[in-house]
Design a protein around this ligand. Structure first.
Ligand SMILES: Nc1nc2c(ncn2[C@@H]2O[C@H](COP(=O)(O)OP(=O)(O)OP(=O)(O)O)[C@@H](O)[C@H]2O)c(=O)[nH]1
Ligand SMILES: [Zn+2]
Length: 225
């Protein structure tokens, strides 16, 4: 691309280029309906899909499926869309002055690909360097789980986890690597069972190659899952 064209593109991108929008795209009215109302509506939507496919919904095994799926969407796999579900991350003063990297690795990750609504299964690894505040260990797992319980692309998920921890900890020095299998790649389409996707987001001191190397050594990327 010629320089003039690059400048033009950057102009068009404006703030979006400087500060990427990591928010899950949602409408203003996303929470006007209660969860119970959403379950009622989705139940009918799922029923229509199964009806269209020609399934007999009076069959004993199928008749509960529309409601089961609706409850699973709202209360389980997409529950992280609701801001009320965001974990309360208890933080503590780092009185013992631990100034090295802390890594929470091999965090089990179940999410859902927003392009096909099929599972994403893998591991997240999160690290930070405290500047005076520390966070309860389990809260890192909970933050991963909260953002995973949405329709997602792995890139955005990785960035949302880092952004949230940066806010909780009051430091830019946060990193996250995710290694995950997308069933939309493994079980359909190209049907490549072996491939997995690795994404990373490095903030603050983790942009320094040495800190990044330390982090990757800690998580030892070859870990099986
Ligand atoms: N960048 C990115 N792509 C994803 C993610 N999850 C799924 N995809 C891809 O999203 C793309 C959607 O492409 P489309 O061509 O619209 O869908 P499709 O016809 O079902 O494509 P195939 O999967 O190749 O059969 C696919 O290439 C998926 O592999 C993700 O987390 N990040
Ligand atoms: Zn997909």
């Amino acid at each position: 691309m010629k320089k003039d064209n690059i400048d033009e593109t950057l102009d068009e991108m404006g703030d979006a280029f400087v500060s990427p929008n990591t928010n899950t795209p949602m409408r203003e009215d996303a929470f006007e309906k209660s969860d119970a109302e959403k379950i009622e509506i989705i139940q009918n939507n799922v029923k229509e899909i199964l009806d269209t496919l020609g399934l007999d919904l009076t069959d004993d095994s199928l008749k509960g499926t529309p409601r089961r799926v609706a409850k699973m969407f709202v209360n389980e796999i997409f529950s992280g869309l609701h801001p009320d579900e965001k974990p309360k991350a208890s933080t503590f003063q780092n009185k013992y002055k631990y100034g090295e990297m802390l890594v929470e690795k091999n965090i089990t990750l179940y999410s859902t690909c927003e392009h096909h609504l099929l599972p994403i299964v893998g591991r997240a690894h999160v690290g930070y360097i405290s500047n005076g505040t520390v966070v309860g260990l389990s809260k890192m797992n909970r933050i991963v789980d909260y953002y995973a319980k949405r329709p997602q692309v792995q890139e955005r998920l990785t960035m949302q986890i880092v952004k949230e921890l940066q806010e909780v900890l009051g430091t830019e020095d946060v990193a996250c690597v995710i290694d995950a299998k997308h069933l939309c790649v493994n079980s359909r389409g190209i049907r490549d069972i072996e491939s997995s996707t690795v994404t990373s987001e490095y903030g603050g001191k983790f942009k320094d190659p040495e800190a990044r190397r330390d982090f990757l050594d800690y998580i030892n990327l070859d870990t099986e899952f």
